[in-house]
Write a protein that binds this ligand. Structure first.
Ligand code: MG
Length: 330
């Protein structure tokens, strides 16, 4: 089966093509809001303006023709309404124009499934970390995911982006913050874990205050606070993940989502897993960014189980939590 997948939940418009579990193409175009952040209208304009080009490149690099494609999968949520609407309009156009069936995909489910597949792990504990999401997930006997723990306020990626914006970084993004943090020294910041849940907003406020502290002028305050913010957030995340591993008695851990690309986090989780005799898996960066191939892959899994989604149901579900899949699809 050949599935074309469209990712469009936030800053990224991506179209990937997957054949029987192998990515044939994965063309990604990400809008950078710079200092101003992600403005919904501008995301929608970006996706509309690059859609045709991304589609053309994806089909060409997969060496297939539109006729070869069996299903058109698209990100249905969670995400921001206006960019989602553009991606879904594109999916409907393709499907109607070329006589293809449509499959709506939960974005989080796609991150999880492509990572389980690429790490060759069946039924692991999953740590899903991105801009908007921070969740510990476990599938039930029917393959539906339950959320064992999650952020009670902002996602870990948003924590980093918000801090980067607060200290006026040109590229207000977690990856740039990680570069700044290199070689920083630890300063104490609040650590807030509630069972298997996390709270980040107090940490953000404290870090913003600490970054303005000019008491020790010879030190690079922004670097030190960036380093400490990331170390603290990752340590909190490791703690709740370890608790979930012991509770569930799982022997495999998969890390996925945009923040999964962070090497320091990977290193911390890997050493935790080594100590506990747990297998640790993380997919290549390309599949942890928001990308169309993961939507195509997850779409093919959903199509096999539920068939196509009727076109009148192809609408954005902006608050589509992964634990609502049973209610929405079942
Ligand atoms: Mg994502």
């Amino acid at each position: 089966m050949i599935s074309l997948g469209i990712e469009c939940t936030a800053h990224t418009l991506s179209i990937g093509i997957v054949k029987d579990g192998t990515a044939l193409s994965n063309v990604i175009d990400t809008y950078s809001g710079g200092k101003e952040g992600l403005i919904p209208r501008k995301l929608a304009d970006h996706h509309a303006s690059v859609f045709a080009e991304v589609l053309e490149k994806s089909v060409a690099s997969a060496r297939v023709s539109i006729e070869d494609i069996d299903i058109v999968s698209f990100s249905q949520g969670p995400g921001i309404g206006s960019p989602l609407s553009v991606g879904i309009a594109g999916a409907k156009y393709l499907a109607l124009m070329h006589g293809k069936e449509l499959v709506g995909v939960n974005h989080c489910f796609a991150h999880v499934k492509i990572s389980e597949h690429l790490c060759k792990m069946r039924d692991p504990l999953v740590l899903y970390l991105s801009g908007g999401n921070t969740q510990i997930l476990l599938a039930d006997h029917d393959g539906y995911y339950n959320i064992l723990g999650e952020t009670l306020d902002i996602g870990i990626g948003n924590l980093f982006d918000n801090f980067a914006r607060a200290i006026h970084m040109e590229n207000a993004h977690g990856s740039a913050l990680a570069k700044l943090a290199e070689g920083g020294k630890y300063v104490e910041l609040p650590y807030s874990v509630k069972g298997m849940n996390l709270v980040f907003s107090g940490l953000l406020t404290a870090a913003e205050k600490a970054a303005k502290n000019k008491k020790i002028p010879q030190r690079d305050t922004k670097k030190d606070v960036a380093f400490s913010l990331m170390e603290t957030a990752f340590a909190m995340t490791c703690e709740v993940t370890e608790r979930a591993l012991f509770l569930t008695k799982k022997r495999d851990l998969v890390l996925c989502g945009g923040v999964a690309q962070n090497r320091r986090l990977q290193q911390m989780l890997e050493s935790m897993c080594d100590e506990d005799g747990i297998r640790f898996g993380v997919a290549p960066d390309e599949f942890n960014r928001d990308n169309g191939a993961m939507i195509a892959y997850a779409g093919s899994l959903l199509y096999k189980r539920y068939g196509a989604l009727p076109i009148e149901k192809c609408v954005p579900i902006t608050n589509y939590r992964i634990d609502r899949m049973k209610e929405i699809l079942g």
